[in-house]
Design a protein around this ligand. Structure first.
Ligand code: 4NP
Length: 162
């Protein structure tokens, strides 16, 4: 298991846990769970130790994803050693990550929606202060980008089911 993917948002209770759960399910479906380590973290520290927001969990559960075991944590310097793909939900997250990035980091630091196809958005909108439909939109965008990311990893790293 040598590829690590870290999804990052602000609080690690809405968008990045959604990406975490969706991407783990995509890997499992393709028999690739053992090939890629997945985690998520927030640039902020307000929600450390908390489970995903109940609205996030409910929207995810309606599509068959169980996010209940995830707990929020903050991005830490060691993440740049452990993860080769560090994928931000929005531009502010990306700017904050760029400031933390050590010069020796040789992986990819990018917007997660870089991997989405056919969507105009470049950022996954923060649903925290909005209505229920925002959480479904997060899932739509995350599912799209998760498929694109998985295809890319399979191709670039010649991943095989084990
Ligand atoms: P997330 O959403 O970054 O997708 O986890 C947020 C969660 C909490 C806050 C903001 C965004 N907050 O301000 O507490």
């Amino acid at each position: 298991m040598n590829i690590g993917v870290l999804f990052v948002c602000l609080g690690n209770i809405c968008r990045s846990p959604t990406a975490h759960g969706v991407f783990e399910q995509r890997l499992a479906r393709r028999g690739l769970s053992g090939a890629v380590r997945v985690d998520s973290a927030g640039t902020g520290d307000w929600h450390i130790g908390r489970a995903p927001d109940p609205r996030t969990q409910a929207a995810a559960a309606r599509r068959g994803y169980d996010l209940s075991a995830l707990r929020a944590r903050q991005v830490e310097p060691g993440d740049f050693q452990r993860f080769q793909y560090i994928l931000a939900m929005d531009g502010e997250n990306l700017r904050n990550l760029r400031q933390l990035r050590p010069a020796a980091f040789g992986g990819e630091l990018n917007l997660f929606l870089h991997y989405a196809e056919g969507v105009a958005e470049r950022e996954v909108p923060d649903p925290y202060y909005g209505g229920a439909e925002g959480f479904d939109r997060v899932l739509d965008l995350v599912e799209n980008a998760a498929d694109g990311l998985l295809d890319r990893l399979v191709r670039d790293h010649a991943l095989r089911a084990c």
